[in-house]
Design a protein around this ligand. Structure first.
Ligand code: ASP
Length: 341
């Protein structure tokens, strides 16, 4: 009788174990179905600015050039992550590629101020330590994102501006260019018409590396026609850029004054940290509810600590692309393109 009982107990225990295994598998599958993947080995997402780009007005050739530019930047960052490099290296390299491409409103392709000059802003943040660096209103640093990273790692400060930032960049051995470097006549004329409609831009990148570290960076020429050394959200930590290993990495693009006042990038992280929202819930809410209701146009790209990607925007379009270690990825410009993974 005793033996029979212990067999019965053993049978029940095995049953319970099997049942919980099946349930756990099911829960994971449902998670994937909801778009919440298990931890990706690495993930990268970039943007080349949000704005009024629609399929009807975008010339086919320009559409292809933008996709090519995004693809090259994404591939550069992806290569670094694949080899086990850091998310910070991937973010800096991908952004440098876009800064050197005159199509994007950052570095070489920066838009013009009211006085016909180019003033650039950039920032970068390390999600593992919450270290951050930024430069604002710089006129002669070829790659502001690299200057931002130097501010983070080689100075005691978070943000340097104007001539002081240039002096620091020179001391760090960064490439300094004459301000005319940012003027390209051919590109300027080619794009003049489109820039009339599409006045801003910005580039950004967020990445998760194999060590589980998140990083985010943003670089811009700011809003075209800006005056009085105006500085937007892009170099402001918590507004245009934020990264924290316990939540996510975010880079923004859009009407900077709104992104600053609504502390957009940090708000997304805070909703995840304090309210337990998923990356998609938090970012969609901030961009398509809060910011949209306030009248702030633009979007964000973000990646969370498990490699989920989200790219919401409330403007007509946003140049954006992503790749993850499970082989998924894509390049998108318009709203009607399905970018949900
Ligand atoms: N956010 C940038 C700024 O306000 C511009 C943009 O992303 O379009 O400077």
């Amino acid at each position: 009788m005793k033996r029979k009982l212990s067999f019965f107990a053993l049978f029940i225990i095995i049953g319970i174990i099997l049942y919980s295994c099946v349930n756990e598998k099911k829960a994971k599958e449902t998670q994937s179905a909801k778009g919440q993947v298990e931890r990706q080995e690495w993930a990268i997402v970039i943007h080349g600015g949000a704005g009024a780009m629609s399929k009807d007005i975008m010339p086919h050739e320009l559409d292809s050039l933008y996709r090519e530019g995004l693809s090259l930047a994404l591939a550069t960052g992806k290569e670094i992550l694949l080899k086990g490099g850091s998310s910070l290296d991937a973010v800096e390299a991908a952004i440098r590629m876009m800064e050197d491409n005159p199509l994007f409103n950052a570095g070489k392709g920066a838009v013009f101020t009211h006085d016909g000059k180019n003033e650039l802003d950039a920032s970068i943040m390390d999600g593992s330590s919450l270290a951050a660096g930024a430069v604002a209103c710089v006129t002669d640093i070829k790659n502001p994102i690299t200057a931002a990273r130097c501010v983070m790692t080689k100075s005691e400060h978070v943000m340097l501006t104007g001539t002081g930032a240039s002096q620091f960049a020179k001391e760090q051995g960064l490439e300094i260019v004459p301000p005319e470097y940012f003027f390209t006549e051919r590109r300027y004329n080619d794009l003049k018409e489109i820039l009339k409609k599409e006045k801003n831009g910005t580039v950004g990148c967020c990445a998760l590396d194999k060590n589980g570290n998140l990083a985010a960076g943003t670089s811009t020429g700011g809003m075209a026609n800006k005056r009085y050394n105006r500085v937007g959200d892009s170099p402001i930590i918590g507004a245009g850029t934020y990264a924290n290993n316990i939540t996510c990495a975010v880079s923004a693009t859009g009407h900077g004054e709104y992104f600053i006042r609504w502390t957009v990038a940090h708000d997304i992280s805070a909703l995840m940290e304090y309210k337990g929202l998923s990356l998609r819930e938090a970012s969609e809410f901030v961009i398509n509810d809060k910011l949209a209701k306030a009248g702030g146009s633009g979007g964000v790209i973000c990646v969370d600590k498990t490699g989920n990607i989200s790219m919401p925007f409330n403007s007509q379009g946003m140049f954006r692309a992503f790749a993850t270690s499970d082989g998924k990825g894509g390049i998108f410009i318009y709203k009607e393109e399905d970018d949900k993974r």
